[in-house]
Design a protein around this ligand. Structure first.
Ligand code: ADP
Ligand code: MG
Length: 254
């Protein structure tokens, strides 16, 4: 894989780094999120709202793996969704490579996600009717990359995750660990600066989970990785662990 330093995300209205040190790959500043708040940012409506996050702040630099720990319901997935721009928090800023996602239109936010973020889910989210290779190539279709290049790039990524000989297999013909490695190859295929993983070993046995963690460790050498988990083995590959309780950060330790 190529070596690189994080670049300014390319939103036309993206802001420059405020100065002082390198631009963080990810910077969360005072994130609060209420589900069920009517009308989105800044307004809430009565007793149907759930406050999922309260005043959450932390950074991730390129080359860092940050673990996100906390019991079920503590807000881990909500943070990951905010980092991917799939969710705009009720308050606070989410900066990727110096650009505040919360100020962007949906279209620009989506563009930044597609260019700069790779996502790995607990249940893999592979399309069952597509081969491993076609699943890996899918983000390149959205990016408008020609078919022959897509195929070549997907093959390369599958080789990197140790599945070069499985590229034409369907997900149903692969083991859980192999499926998760396909999902990781798919997350990497656009060469993103940031990888977000939600309980990536949650469905795997220990040995298979360890393979996936080795892969995450490799990925984290040059990219920013945010991995949510309540599994000690997963958290042990992190350079730093942010601990959540009831939507608040209670510790952030290396
Ligand atoms: P975790 O990933 O740590 O289990 P989540 O971020 O999924 O936590 O959830 C945080 C809180 O937000 C929980 O109280 C959960 O019930 C609530 N929540 C999550 N998603 C939604 C939603 N779509 N609508 C309403 N409440 C939600
Ligand atoms: Mg979750």
């Amino acid at each position: 894989m190529n070596h690189r330093t994080p670049q300014q995300a390319t939103a036309s209205d993206g802001r420059a780094n405020d100065g002082g040190g390198p631009t963080a790959a990810v910077r969360l500043e005072g994130i609060t999120h209420e589900y069920g708040a009517s009308g989105g940012r800044g307004r809430s409506s009565g007793d149907r709202t759930v406050t999922a996050l309260q005043d959450v702040s932390f950074d991730i630099q390129a080359g860092d793996i940050v673990g996100l720990e906390g019991p079920s319901g503590s807000g881990k997935s909500t943070i990951l969704h905010a980092v991917t721009g799939l969710l705009v928090p009720t308050a606070g800023t989410v900066e990727l490579l110096g650009t505040d996602l919360t100020e962007l239109s949906d279209r620009k936010r989506t563009r930044i996600r597609r260019r700069h973020v790779g996502i790995v889910f607990q249940r893999f989210h592979l399309l069952p009717s597509l081969s491993a290779r076609a699943n890996v190539a899918l983000p390149l279709v959205q990016a408008g990359i020609p078919r022959s290049t897509r195929r070549e790039r997907a093959e390369t990524l599958l080789e990197q995750v140790g599945l070069g000989d499985r590229s034409t297999h369907l997900p149903g013909e692969l083991s859980g660990g192999e499926r998760q490695r396909v999902a990781i190859a798919r997350a990497l295929v656009t060469d993103p600066d940031i990888i977000v993983a939600d309980e990536p070993t949650g469905e795997l046995d220990t040995a298979t989970g360890d393979d996936v963690l080795d892969l995450l460790t490799d990925i984290g050498r040059e990219r920013a990785v945010l991995v949510a988990s309540h599994d000690d083995a997963t958290l042990s590959v992190a350079d730093r662990v942010v601990t959540l309780r009831d939507g608040r950060v209670v510790s952030n330790a290396g």
